[in-house]
Design a binder for this molecule. Structure first.
Ligand SMILES: Nc1ncnc2c1ncn2[C@@H]1O[C@H](COP(=O)(O)OP(=O)(O)O)[C@@H](O)[C@H]1O
Ligand SMILES: [Mg+2]
Length: 511
C-alpha cells in the first residue's frame, strides 16, 4: 500500500513543499526513511512507532519505507513526525482516514502520541500560502504564530489520536481565528531606560534620534563613565513602531531560531540585541551545525548594540562588512548556501584608547602613540566607512549632573521619530526597503537632490575630508533623514551640513 501526505521544509527563511511518501509492503518488520534526512528525522522512526502504539492505533508489522521528496534537498528537524504517522496509518486498508490529502502537516511527536511544537511555523505557513496551500494541521502550542496570517485555515492539534479522529470526520476542530496586527498591538509598551534620566548630552541624543528615525548606524567614542552604555540602553525606547511587514520578517527569523515568545505569536517591538564581546563569530553571523540565524539576523529591523566595539575579535568585526552593506548574510554550508536577512542598525560604543582619555578636554591620556594606534586599528577603515554617524561623548559636568532641569522624555522623542518614519513608509511603500539608511543608488538620486549651495558644500567636504564614494552616499542618506525630521521635502544646506558634521571623527582618530 502506498500513501502520500504533504509537509513543508525550510531553506533560509523560506519554505518549500515536502512530499512524505510511504510504502508499506509485506516482509520482515523494518522502518526506513530516505531522502536526505538528518539524524533528527532518522530518529523519527522511534518516535512515530511509539506514538502510534501508545495512541492505541494499529502499527503495521511490515516493511515500511518513507521517502521525503524532493530527495536532493537536505531536510532537518523533527517536524515531519506527524506527517509520517498519518501517512503510515492511512496505508492501512481499514483506516477511516479520508481527507488527509487536503492538509499540510507539521509537528513533532512524543512517545505518548502528543504533538509537540516545532520551530519556524510562521515562515512555513507564509511560504505555503504563497504556493497556494490553504489547509494546515499544526501543533496546538504553535497556534499563536499562525493567527496573523489571513486566508488560510489552520487546525491546531494536541495529539495524534485527535488528528486521526479529525481526519476521519469523527470530531470537529475549529480553525484558528485570524487576528489583525494593529488591533493586537494597540499600545506598544516601551521597555528600556527613559532618555529623561540622561542629563545633558544633547548632541548624542540628537544623533541617536536621527539614527532611530532613518535606521542609520552610529558609533559613540568617549571616555569611560561618560554615559555611552546608558545612552544605548535608552535607544530602544525611541525606535519607530514596526510595520506589519517588518514584524512578519522579524517574527519569521525568531521563529526559525526558536526564540519566539509563544504568548504573543508575533514580535511587535524592534529587537535590541547586545551580544557580549566574547561572542563567537558563528553566534553573531549564524550558521553552525543546525544552521541557526545569528545575532545580526535576530537584530533584523532592530538594533545590534556592540558595546566596547574594539574588544570584539577583529575577524568577527570584519565579517560584519557584508551584512552592513547588503542587509543580509550568506552562509556557505557543505552542500548549499543559506541567506538570512540582517537589516540591523549598528550602534557601537568605544573608548578612544586603552586608558580612555585620548582626545579628552580635562583628563590626560597616559597611552603611547603606538598603543593608541594599535587600539584604534582594531576597527578598520572599511568598517568605519560603513558607520553613518560618528559622535564624541564627553563627560557631563557636575552642574549638569545635579541640575534639576527636566530632560525630554523618550515618549516625546519617539513621536518625532515615528513622524519621520511614516514619511519614509509612504516614500518606500512600493519598494522593498523600509527606511532611508537602506536607499540604493537609484533612490538616492531620486530622493536626495541638492540645490547648488548644497552641492558646493558637499563637494567641499568630499575633497577636504577625503571622503569615499560610500561615505558620500551615506551622508546623503543621513541628510534625507534630517530633512524628514524637519518635515522638509527638500534637503537644505543646513540639513546637509549637520549630516557632514557626523563624519568628522574618522579623520580625527583614524587619520
Ligand atoms: N549624562 C548622564 N546623566 C546621568 N547619569 C549619567 C550620565 N552619564 C553617565 N551617568 C551615570 O554613569 C554611569 C556609567 O555610565 P556608562 O553608560 O556605563 O558609561 P560608559 O559606557 O561611557 O563607560 C551610568 O550608569 C549613570 O549612572
Ligand atoms: Mg560602557
Amino acid at each position: 500500500m502506498l500513501s502520500k501526505v504533504l509537509s513543508l521544509g525550510l531553506k533560509g527563511i523560506d519554505g518549500y513543499k515536502v512530499d512524505v511518501e510511504t510504502d508499506v509492503s509485506n516482509g520482515l518488520p523494518h522502518f526506513e526513511v530516505v531522502g536526505l534526512a538528518d539524524t533528527a528525522i532518522k530518529e523519527a522512526k522511534e518516535r512515530v512507532r511509539s506514538a502510534i502504539k501508545n495512541s492505541a492505533l494499529e502499527y503495521p508489522t511490515k516493511r515500511i519505507t518513507i521517502n521525503l521528496a524532493p530527495a536532493d534537498v537536505k531536510k532537518e528537524g523533527a517536524l515531519y513526525d506527524l506527517a509520517m504517522a498519518v501517512s503510515i496509518l492511512s496505508c492501512n486498508k481499514e483506516s477511516k482516514i479520508k481527507n488527509e490529502k487536503n492538509f499540510i502537516f507539521l509537528g513533532e511527536l512524543s512517545f505518548d502520541g502528543s504533538v509537540r511544537k516545532v520551530k519556524g511555523v510562521l515562515p512555513l505557513l507564509i511560504s505555503a500560502r504563497q504556493l497556494g496551500y490553504r489547509n494546515f494541521i499544526i501543533p496546538y502550542d504553535n497556534q499563536s504564530e499562525a493567527r496573523f496570517i489571513s486566508d488560510i485555515n489552520v487546525y491546531p492539534v494536541k495529539n495524534l489520536i485527535e488528528t486521526i479522529k479529525f481526519l476521519s470526520g469523527e470530531i470537529l476542530i475549529n480553525p484558528i481565528t485570524h487576528c489583525i496586527f494593529t488591533e493586537v498591538v494597540k499600545e506598544n509598551k516601551i521597555d528600556g531606560l527613559d532618555f529623561a534620566n540622561v542629563k545633558g548630552q544633547s548632541v548624542a541624543k540628537r544623533a541617536l534620534e536621527i539614527a532611530a528615525a532613518g535606521g542609520h548606524n552610529l558609533i559613540m567614542i568617549g571616555p569611560p563613565g561618560s554615559g555611552k552604555s546608558m545612552l544605548a540602553k535608552c535607544f530602544p525606547t525611541i525606535l519607530p513602531d514596526l510595520t506589519f511587514e517588518e514584524a512578519l520578517e522579524v517574527t519569521k527569523i525568531h521563529s526559525i531560531a526558536g526564540e519566539l515568545d509563544l504568548k504573543d505569536g508575533i514580535i511587535y517591538k524592534r529587537p535590541f540585541r547586545s551580544p557580549h564581546h566574547t561572542a563567537s563569530t558563528i553566534s553573531l553571523t549564524g550558521g553552525g551545525l543546525y544552521s541557526k540565524p545569528g545575532e545580526i539576523s535576530l537584530a533584523d529591523n532592530g538594533v545590534l548594540f556592540l558595546d566596547e566595539f574594539p574588544e570584539y575579535d577583529r575577524h568577527t568585526i570584519e565579517t560584519l562588512r557584508q551584512p552592513l552593506e547588503d542587509g543580509q548574510i550568506t552562509i556557505a554550508r557543505a552542500n548549499s548556501t543559506i541567506t538570512y536577512p540582517a537589516n540591523f542598525t549598528l550602534i557601537a560604543s568605544m573608548n578612544p584608547c586603552p586608558c580612555g582619555n585620548y582626545g579628552s578636554k580635562d583628563r590626560e591620556c597616559r597611552c603611547t602613540a603606538g598603543q593608541i594606534s594599535k587600539y584604534l586599528s582594531k576597527l578598520s577603515g572599511p568598517i568605519m566607512d560603513r558607520i553613518d554617524i560618528h559622535i564624541e561623548v564627553d563627560n557631563v559636568t557636575y552642574e549638569q549632573l545635579k541640575s534639576d532641569d527636566k530632560e525630554e522624555s523618550s515618549k516625546s522623542i519617539k513621536e518625532r521619530v515615528n513622524k519621520a518614519r511614516n514619511i519614509q513608509n509612504i516614500r518606500f511603500s512600493k519598494d522593498i526597503n523600509f527606511c532611508n539608511a537602506k536607499m540604493n543608488v537609484e533612490q538616492i538620486k531620486k530622493y536626495c537632490q541638492l540645490d547648488q549651495q548644497g552641492d558646493d558644500l558637499l563637494k567641499n567636504a568630499f575633497e577636504k575630508l577625503k571622503l569615499s564614494a560610500r561615505a558620500h552616499d551615506r551622508i546623503l542618506r543621513v541628510a534625507r533623514t534630517i530633512a524628514d525630521l524637519d518635515g522638509s521635502e527638500n534637503i537644505s544646506p543646513v540639513h546637509l551640513a549637520e549630516a557632514i558634521s557626523y563624519r568628522n571623527l574618522d579623520r580625527k582618530y583614524w587619520n
